[in-house]
Design a protein around this ligand. Structure first.
Ligand code: F6R
Length: 608
């Protein structure tokens, strides 16, 4: 979704801002723009399409002079992705330039009010009202104008503000949506994502809702909603800029698939000490955890799929009832939640608007929350009562891979810890499960090692226009993620179905044109899967079986087979997804799709 960068310092701002925008491209956008302040005048250039278009229009930034500026990548919500609708937006007399992430819900009323005062709007965006309000309220006191403007806005907004009369001074405001300040030497930054900053500084400040910040080259001052100065902690980003670069791979997605053994290892190993699972800084005690009568897991997309896997695992190990709910549904469902509910919130970005809203709703009803999050300091991490960070590192490809597998790893860790605290497993089973957790990185590596075979199968099957992924139990949960990976990056129609459910209607779609990917890694249900494979084969479908290494019987049923390393049954979804990620990747590549930035998608969905 939209990205924001701001810079004030001693260097030319535009090239730095363009570099920041390039690093935000992965989030998804359809136009871009930059504004810099020079000798009391705001100069602005905007371009629909890619940041490369903007770079071309500005000679890589060299065409714009000024040491203070703001820039934006826009993902259209109000108005088409044209040059005019791209951000920044200027106020009536060009005194202010504004960039904005989010949605101003009361913009129509504000626009009506401003138009009645004679202001002529140039764009169709909700953002333009902000620029005009700033100019209306500015009487020489920039902070007051920003606060008065923010007080008029309803909805979600992160704003960057540049004023022609205030050289070297920037303001930014946060009300839902990420905003991070970069602390430099003789220069300071703001951005909506750490990746835009790490090439310049690793010292950052995470802003909270309702706060505003004033940046000059020498100083950053943060204020709370009432305008009082507030002390903020400076955090240090632990990963290097290379982590957010391709490092020789053709696509970020492939690089991130290959990084999974390390990412899973980083998530699991620091939490196992002396044969026990230890969560540092974890507020939940054994007594508290025993008081929960049920668990509700909420998330969106792939993170939701990780939650569906976790339902099977937690219920099996802990014998506690688990409900996995789509956040976009849960938030409006008048959920039955109380103080005896443990709410697990799963999110790579920690900024997904629906997930945040569902979380707030459930916490308001008394649930204790545990967030499984990748991005340190993100909104979900800060809202949650307890956090388990996944240590995936930055995930740039829009389609999640290592984000998802590290979510699974963290959920498995939690499930074993929870079962242990409940006394639901004995010492021998605990030791077995901990050994299985340790084995996960090498299992993922072994799954990756089958890469060449997966590529060959993708080349063979990429022409199919419609696929079904079927499975039972944990395989069904894995089928959901495998199907999503394929459709989002290859644009091929694909559905995930519980294998036993197919015959209740959907089997009408099965014919000789379909490819059915049959996940058969839950061997206690293998014979049932064979029946389902035979049902679809009888109707002419081709079958790609996904089975555990050593299963020879599958050759009698499937046209082709993808093997998955054999390990703990409950943790099978993790190695099992790896060949499906690779399969989706190679099919999308065969079909010439934009793998890292699929059409219509954004990396983190910060609007409803
Ligand atoms: C799919 C994908 C999305 C995200 C979903 C939630 O590949 O990446 O489905 O999983 O938008 O995002 P987070 O985990 O950031 O809350």
């Amino acid at each position: 979704m939209c990205g924001i960068v701001g810079y004030t310092g001693r260097l030319e701002a535009a090239p730095l801002l363009l570099d920041g925008l390039r690093r935000l491209e992965y989030r998804g956008y359809d136009s871009a723009g930059v504004a810099v302040l020079d000798a009391g005048r705001i100069e602005m250039v905007k371009a629909s399409g890619s940041v490369a278009n903007l770079a071309e229009k500005t000679a890589n930034g060299a065409a714009l002079t000024g040491k203070c500026g703001i820039a934006h990548t826009r993902w259209a919500t109000h108005g088409a992705p044209t040059d005019t609708n791209a951000h920044p937006h200027l106020s009536e007399h060009g005194l202010f330039a504004v960039v904005h992430n989010g949605i101003i819900e009361n913009f129509a009323a504000l626009k009506g009010e401003l138009e009645a005062e004679g202001i002529v709007f140039r764009s169709e965006t909700d953002t333009e009202v902000v620029a005009h309000l700033l100019e209306k309220y500015y009487d020489g006191d920039l902070k007051s104008a920003v606060m008065r403007t923010a007080a008029r806005l309803e909805g979600s907004y992160v704003l960057g503000v540049l004023c022609a009369k205030e050289p070297g001074r920037l303001f930014c405001v946060k009300e839902a949506g990420p905003l991070i300040l970069g602390v430099g030497v003789g220069e300071n930054y703001f951005a909506s994502d750490v990746t835009a900053l790490v090439s310049r500084t690793k010292n950052v400040i995470y802003m909270s809702d309702g706060e505003l910040a004033e940046l000059t080259p020498e100083k950053i001052t943060v204020y709370d909603r009432t305008g009082r100065e507030t002390a903020k902690e400076v955090s240090h980003v632990v990963w290097d800029v290379e982590a957010a670069e391709k490092g020789g791979y053709e696509h970020f997605m492939m690089k991130e698939i290959m990084e999974q053994p390390r990412a899973v290892k980083n998530t699991v190993e620091p939490r196992i000490r002396g044969g026990e699972i230890v969560f540092e800084d974890f507020g939940l005690t054994a007594e508290e955890i025993r008081r929960f009568s049920r668990v509700v897991i909420t998330a969106c997309g792939s993170a939701y799929h990780a939650g569906v896997v976790a339902k099977y695992v937690i219920e099996s190990l802990c014998r506690v009832s688990v409900e996995t709910a789509l956040a976009s549904e849960l938030r409006y469902s008048d959920p039955i939640i109380d103080g005896r509910t443990l709410l697990i919130v799963v999110s790579q970005s920690g900024e997904t608007a629906d997930t945040i809203a569902a979380m707030r709703e459930c916490m308001a009803r008394g649930a204790r929350s545990l967030a499984i999050v990748n991005v340190v300091g993100s909104t979900i991490a800060r809202l949650a009562d307890n956090v388990i960070y996944t240590h995936a590192g930055p995930e740039i490809a829009v389609a999640t891979t290592k984000g998802y597998t590290t979510q699974l790893a963290a959920l498995y860790l939690f499930a074993v810890w929870y079962a242990d605290k409940l006394g639901a497993i004995d010492a021998a089973r605990r030791a077995e499960l901990i050994a299985a957790l340790y084995a996960l990185p090498s299992m993922v590596q072994r799954a990756i090692d089958l890469n060449v075979h997966v590529k060959y199968l993708a080349e063979r099957w990429h022409g199919h226009k419609s696929l079904f992924f079927i499975g039972r139990n944990i395989d069904y949960a894995a089928a959901m993620e495998g199907s999503l990976k394929l459709k989002e990056i290859s644009y091929i129609h694909s559905e995930a179905y519980a294998a036993g459910e197919l015959k209740h209607g959907t089997i009408a779609l099965i014919d000789e044109k379909r490819l059915v990917v049959a996940l058969c890694c839950q061997e206690q249900l293998y014979d049932k899967m064979v029946s389902n494979i035979q049902e679809v084969k009888a109707r002419g479908a081709k079958v790609l079986g996904v089975a555990l290494e050593g299963n020879r019987r599958i050759f009698a049923e499937a046209d082709d087979v993808l093997y998955v390393p054999r390990g703990e049954r409950l943790f099978a979804a993790l190695p099992e997804i790896v060949p499906l990620q690779l399969f989706a990747y190679y099919i999308a590549r065969e079909n010439g799709c934009s793998i890292d930035k699929p059409r219509n998608l954004a990396k983190s969905v910060t609007v409803e």
